[in-house]
Design a protein. Structure first.
Length: 531
């Protein structure tokens, strides 16, 4: 039994031994096949990896491009106002008030009964601006003051302008009775008669001369041209002398004087040309010496009479008579001793030195007319602040008469002399005054735009415009719809003279409800009591 088991075991072992080489060959073949298969798959795996990596890179690039596009598209677009705005600390989120969307609408009946008052947001100097400040007084622009002068002496018959009255250029502001005017008019009539007589003598001399018809026409034309040129020269010379006198007293502008000078030079040139033509015409005449002497004498007398007449005419123009009135003066019955005095410029009467019935001398100033579209403000600045000011720098002016209103101008002059008592220098600011709100003599406050400083301003609102809702200061802005108002939270500073400076929430020029704003607050609280 044991012998059989032993034989079996040996046989199995032999059989196992016989099969072992075959199994090893099979395993070797399988391993070779697997390695071959693995070698075949290796390029495919690499291709997949490259494809995946490329896809990831492409997706990343696309994502970056989309992000950049969205960022670019959002540039320049307005950022929406926050839904809830709160300038102060609040206990909970419900205390915040919607400033961008919150509106309140009231009925037409409520609007009629409320009598709301709507005012524009003003402005005032910022307390922390660090600007140099001073007080000042409004004065007229001295360069825009024009005197109204009577060039003749006499009695003031009428004064047609009162202080503060606006007068136009050329408007009659006074009437003066003057014997001097009557005397000039009388001499003008005399010279006109003398010129007419001289002209008649000249015409007779021409007829006595044995002159051909053609030559006579030529010399007549030349003579007429000389007369016109001489009269024009006398007129322009008188006008030039008149302008010289007026420009010295500031009654006319430099441009008017330059024009008169040009006109005088032109008249002189035209006279020279006319005389040359006349001399050429005389040479063509075949006149005997006696007749020539008579003709020359008559022509000389005519020219003298014309010059004297032009001189008297110009005197009347200088005194203030219009050219039309002077030319229409042809008889003694038209002589008048009353001289109307016109205003040389348009403006406001700021001074009046005479009354009706007063006796005045020649060149007497009757009124002063000032153009108040610009004014001066003279401020007193301490010497320690003068180094920070420059001519041409800006300055802002406020007045208690116009709270919330700032007038802006520029420094035009800094006085080099200091007041020894106050240690201040005068600084002049020129600013526009189109509505003439700034009155002469008004006291104002000044803030200068200095080197290293500014004259910053802040919006201001009346105290009655500000209401308190949920521990926040708010105002109600008017809209184009009279029944609709916008609730706007604001941050305000300390109250000054019935006004709050607005640090955040409003701009100068916004329209806010002042009187009646508490009614809007009550209406808002009523409509939001359940929210």
């Amino acid at each position: 039994m044991n012998h059989e088991k032993e034989n079996l075991t040996n046989a199995d072992l032999a059989a196992k031994t016989d099969h072992e080489p075959l199994d090893e060959n099979v395993e070797t073949e399988e391993l070779s096949a697997k390695n071959h298969l693995k070698d075949d798959k290796q390029p495919l795996i690499k291709s997949r990896r490259i494809y995946i990596i490329g896809s990831l890179i492409l997706v990343s690039v696309i994502a970056i491009l989309i992000w950049l596009y969205l960022q670019k598209g959002s540039e320049g677009k307005p950022v929406p106002a926050p839904r809830n705005v709160s300038f102060g600390d609040t206990n909970n989120g419900n205390d915040a008030i919607n400033s961008g969307e919150q509106t309140i609408t009231i009925s037409p009946e409520q609007l009629e009964n409320a009598n709301f008052k709507i005012e524009k947001v003003g402005e005032a100097f910022a307390q922390e601006s660090g600007a140099t400040s001073a007080t000042g007084v409004v004065q007229p622009n001295a360069y825009a003051e024009t005197p109204v002068i009577s060039l003749v002496g006499g009695v003031v018959r009428q004064i047609n302008a009162e202080l503060g009255q606006f007068v136009g250029r050329g408007q009659t502001v006074a009437v003066v009775y003057s014997d001097e005017l009557a005397g000039v008019e009388s001499r003008f009539l005399t010279k006109r008669a003398e010129m007419d007589e001289a002209n008649k003598r000249y015409q007779r001399a021409l007829k006595l001369a044995d002159i051909a018809s053609e030559s006579r026409t030529e010399i007549d034309n030349a003579t007429a041209e000389v007369k016109i040129a001489e009269a024009k020269l006398v007129e322009e010379k008188s006008e030039f002398e008149r302008m010289q006198k007026l420009v010295r007293i500031g009654a006319v502008s430099r441009e008017d004087f330059e024009k008169a000078t040009t006109d005088l030079r032109t008249a002189e040139a035209k006279l020279v040309e006319a005389k040359n033509r006349f001399e050429r015409a005389k040479k063509l005449l075949n006149i005997n010496p006696a007749r020539r002497a008579e003709l020359d004498n008559a022509l000389t007398q005519l020219r003298t009479a014309e010059a004297e007449l032009a001189s008297e005419r110009q005197k009347l123009l200088v005194l203030g008579l219009s050219p039309q009135k002077v030319d229409s003066l042809k008889s003694t019955s038209q002589i008048s001793s009353e001289l109307p005095i016109p205003s040389p410029v348009s403006g406001t009467v700021t001074a009046r030195t005479v009354n009706q019935g007063e006796v005045i001398s020649a060149n007497k100033e009757l009124l002063q007319v000032t153009n108040l579209s610009t004014v001066w403000v003279i401020g007193q600045v301490y010497e320690k602040d003068l180094a920070r000011l420059r001519t041409g720098s800006g300055a802002s002016v406020t007045s208690d008469a116009y709270p919330g209103k700032v007038f802006r101008g520029n420094i035009t002059y800094i006085d080099p002399n200091l007041d020894q008592n106050t240690r201040t220098a005068q600084v002049r600011i020129e600013l526009p005054n189109p509505d003439q709100k700034l009155k002469i003599g008004m006291y104002v406050n000044i803030a200068f735009a200095t080197i290293g400083g500014s004259e910053n301003t802040v919006p201001t609102v009346p105290t009655q415009a500000v209401q308190n809702i949920n521990n926040q200061q708010v105002v109600f802005l008017a809209t184009d719809n009279p029944n609709v108002f916008i609730l706007r939270p604001v941050k305000i500073g300390a109250e000054t003279d019935g006004f709050y400076p607005v640090l955040e929430g409003l701009f100068v020029g916004d329209r806010v409800v002042t009187e009646g704003s508490f009614l809007l607050r009550a209406e808002w609280q009523k409509t939001h009591s359940n929210s």
